[in-house]
Design a protein around this ligand. Structure first.
Ligand SMILES: CC(C)(COP(=O)(O)OP(=O)(O)OC[C@H]1O[C@@H](n2cnc3c(N)ncnc32)[C@H](O)[C@@H]1OP(=O)(O)O)[C@@H](O)C(=O)NCCC(=O)NCCS
Length: 153
């Protein structure tokens, strides 16, 4: 699966060798980041793993799993140096279309209530808050709850 976006960015399927570029972005973008092993597991189980490339360099990536009737967005990340230019929105729109092609009726995700940028992106894209998970994320000495967001496809 791949798509050319505005002649500048392409989205294509992630492969194991992409992890050399992905891991430094992941570590810059999240205070509590995924390990290389988690990405490897996602690739092995066949999740929808996508990268966005510009000029041959990875600038973002996303991972989405497929369940019965619904897809679950597990990771969506744009390189901090490339954020705020519409790339996250492009990637999210692509994932929504991919989930529809997989015959999902709903796209679900978890987000930290403190992640204002992500929440605004999801809000603009038509996601609604449908619940929360207590003490879901690590947060210093304690834990932060997760909001559960959903979009009907
Ligand atoms: C969330 C994330 C993917 C957004 O990607 P991005 O490329 O910066 O976002 P875009 O430029 O496409 O912006 C799309 C919308 O998101 C919102 N947004 C993006 N950055 C924002 C910021 N710093 N503050 C507030 N809203 C913001 C805006 O509503 C924006 O639309 P607008 O510019 O028309 O107002 C990016 O910030 C990121 O990778 N963050 C770290 C990883 C992460 O937290 N992922 C989400 C996990 S649930």
């Amino acid at each position: 699966m791949s798509a050319v976006l505005d002649n500048m960015a392409i989205i294509r399927t992630m492969c194991e060798s992409d992890l050399d570029q992905i891991m430094p972005i992941e570590q810059k973008a999240y205070p509590y980041y995924w390990s290389r092993g988690i990405f490897g597991d996602c690739l092995r189980v066949g999740y929808c793993c996508q990268v966005m490339e510009m000029d041959g360099l990875i600038v973002g990536y996303a991972i989405m799993s497929k369940g019965v009737g619904e897809s679950h967005l597990l990771n969506l990340c744009i390189d901090p140096g490339m954020q705020g230019q519409g790339l996250g929105r492009l990637m999210l729109d692509y994932l929504i279309e991919a989930a529809k092609r997989m015959h999902s009726e709903m796209l679900l995700l978890e987000v930290r209530p403190s992640n204002t940028a992500a929440i605004r992106l999801y809000d603009k894209t038509g996601f609604n808050t449908v619940g929360s998970r207590n003490n879901y994320y690590p947060d210093g000495e304690g834990r932060e709850d997760a909001l559960i967001l959903a979009k009907t496809l």
